[in-house]
Ligand binder design. Structure first.
Ligand code: NAG
Ligand code: NAG
Ligand code: NAG
Ligand code: NAG
Length: 520
């Protein structure tokens, strides 16, 4: 009898701990979903009632994992433009990348998500949520859902530190070492690097705050019913975020000071990964005793769009090596005589990288893939194409477990040199294992860390005490300008007094001298 009572008590206890959570991850890019999906699933496994607004449905039999599907369209379809060959983006600046892709795409994407029939229907239903979690990726209109449901707001990035969030929440900016996520800088700490950083940070912030967020606000008001009449601005909503989880870790990304409500969860999708390789691939990899080279430029960049000369350079060099090549290739047209190359449209990447026979990963340096290589200690040869890829690969190269191969520099000779270098010099392997070890060496794995802080915010009803008290201050006080001006005035007064004293003394002595000379 007592046993049963304890059971009921336990059940009641765990029930009261379970929350209704809305998880908004509408961006349909495959890599984003790979990183974000495990958080929602883990919350559901912990017993929370999780509702996910998503672009990619998950096959799961968890009864407390509800999915609201947004229309699945590629960003190019929404923008109404031809899908460009993504390899042409290697030349564009951070400003152009924001104007052409991120901001235009972000607005179109947000509108499409909000206008999806399942979402529209969901938004008129009478639901209650204890917490809203949203991806932070140019879809700020979604943050108003926290006000609709009167719940604390948690954000999560797929790209690491977010400069706009740092400014909004008054996290120290550290502009001498910390750059916005999509700015490419060879040496951020040099004078020109820091100058470029200050310029771009300012540029991005002004456009974001005074144009982009205003556009997002319009979308929120147009599509989300039941918002409070006096809706705070999206900027104020972001300032008041309870928790930001970022996809980085100081063992690979740089060491940065963060407020307690900014938490690093880099590697979150690798924590409880239990998926196995399919049998055919397992056999293939087991048999490749000379090692395997894995080639993939990620979900958005297509190998099949490589210019012919570069493609032939790859094929030529691959035909010369003894390793087996696994190459993510998106069409069926390519013919090659080399028996050691295996083409597939998609590979289970993290499982492939976990195989001991993998010798090198030829990659575009996307963050998710880079983290998978770090986790499994695999050296990288990286061809950066756009966004944060160059920065990720620069870090890989600086840490000594990979090499950058500029897209324009791809030719037979360069490729052969880089490949032979990375395959034959085992320092790359050693460094890769070293970074892997420190990436995994944490008090708690990143998935449990994410779940802990999410539940923490629920337990403490938004955990307002974690927010920076500097948010209450005016801009003048926060930057200490009032104090500086006061000190400056004191200094001026002090100098003035000294000046007066010197004048007085001078006059006094002059008088004395005059008197003396008169006496004589
Ligand atoms: C779980 O969330 C769904 C909304 O997706 C809601 O309809 C359902 O009532 C919730 N269940 C509980 C037990 O709160
Ligand atoms: C919203 O969706 C409806 C159909 O579901 C469509 O007719 C309309 O054009 C869409 N609006 C926008 C702005 O995409
Ligand atoms: C490939 O294997 C053969 C036979 O084991 C060996 O002689 C040759 O040097 C290897 N080639 C390379 C590029 O390692
Ligand atoms: C900030 O968020 C908390 C919950 O975390 C909420 O209680 C409070 O009303 C919000 N304040 C503003 C100004 O939005």
């Amino acid at each position: 009898m007592i046993k049963i009572n304890i059971f009921i008590l336990l059940a009641m206890f765990s029930y009261s701990e379970c929350a209704n959570i809305l998880y908004v991850i509408p961006f349909t890019s495959r890599s984003h979903t790979i990183m974000l999906k495990p958080i929602g699933l883990e919350l559901a496994r912990k017993g929370h009632n999780v509702t996910v607004i998503t672009g990619r449905l998950e096959k799961t039999d968890l009864p407390n994992y509800h999915q609201i599907q947004i229309d699945h369209k590629e960003i190019w379809e929404i923008l109404g433009t031809e899908r460009p060959n993504v390899f042409t983006m290697t030349e564009i600046s951070a400003e152009e990348f924001h104007n052409l892709i991120l901001w235009r795409g972000g607005l179109a994407f947000t509108e499409m998500a909000l206008n999806s029939s399942q979402v529209r229907q969901f938004l008129v239903e009478d639901n209650k949520f204890d917490l809203v979690i949203s991806e932070q990726f140019y879809q700020e209109a979604m943050y108003t859902l926290a006000l609709k449901y009167q719940a604390p707001l948690v954000l999560v990035t797929t790209f690491g530190n977010c400069m706009r969030h740092n400014i909004a929440t008054r996290n120290p900016l550290q502009l001498a070492t910390v750059i916005p996520e999509f700015l490419q800088l060879t040496d951020p700490t040099s004078f020109w690097g820091r100058l470029r950083n200050v310029y771009f940070t300012f540029y991005e912030f002004v456009w974001w705050r005074y144009w982009y967020l205003v556009e997002q606000e319009q979308l929120a008001k147009k599509y989300i019913p039941g918002l409070p009449n006096h809706l705070p601005s999206l900027y104020d909503i972001q300032r008041n975020v309870s928790l930001l989880m970022i996809n980085s870790h100081f063992s690979f990304d740089s060491a940065i000071a963060y407020l307690p409500n900014i938490v690093e969860i880099g590697g979150v999708h690798l924590s409880h990964s239990i998926e196995k390789l399919p049998k055919d691939l397992q056999t293939l990899l087991d048999k490749a005793t000379d090692g395997v080279i894995y080639v993939s430029f990620g979900s958005n960049v297509r190998s099949s769009e490589l210019p012919t000369d570069k493609m032939e350079a790859f094929l030529k060099v691959f035909s010369e090596v003894n390793q087996t090549i696994l190459w993510k290739w998106e069409d069926d047209k390519l013919k090659t005589k080399s028996k050691n190359i295996v083409f597939r449209k998609w590979f289970p990447q993290k499982e492939i990288l976990s195989h001991p026979n993998i010798k090198v990963f030829i990659s575009h340096g996307g963050l998710i893939g880079t983290q998978e290589a770090i986790f499994h200690g695999v050296p990288i040869i990286g061809v950066p194409i756009y966004s944060d890829q160059y920065n990720n690969l620069l870090q890989v190269q600086n840490f000594g477990f990979g090499k950058i191969l500029r897209f324009d520099d791809i030719n037979e000779q360069n490729l052969r040199n880089k490949l032979i270098d990375v395959l034959s010099d085992n320092s790359y392997q050693i460094k890769a294992k070293e970074v892997s070890n420190r990436f995994k060496d944490r008090p708690m794995n990143p998935l449990d860390t994410a779940v802990f802080w999410i539940e923490y915010v629920i337990r403490h009803k938004g955990a307002d005490f974690m927010k920076n008290p500097a948010l209450q201050l005016s801009w003048l006080s926060y930057n200490m300008f009032d104090v500086c001006i006061f000190l400056l005035l004191v200094l001026i007064l002090f100098l003035y007094l000294i000046f007066r004293v010197i004048i007085c003394l001078r006059q006094y002595f002059l008088k004395n001298d005059l008197a003396k000379s008169k006496k004589l």
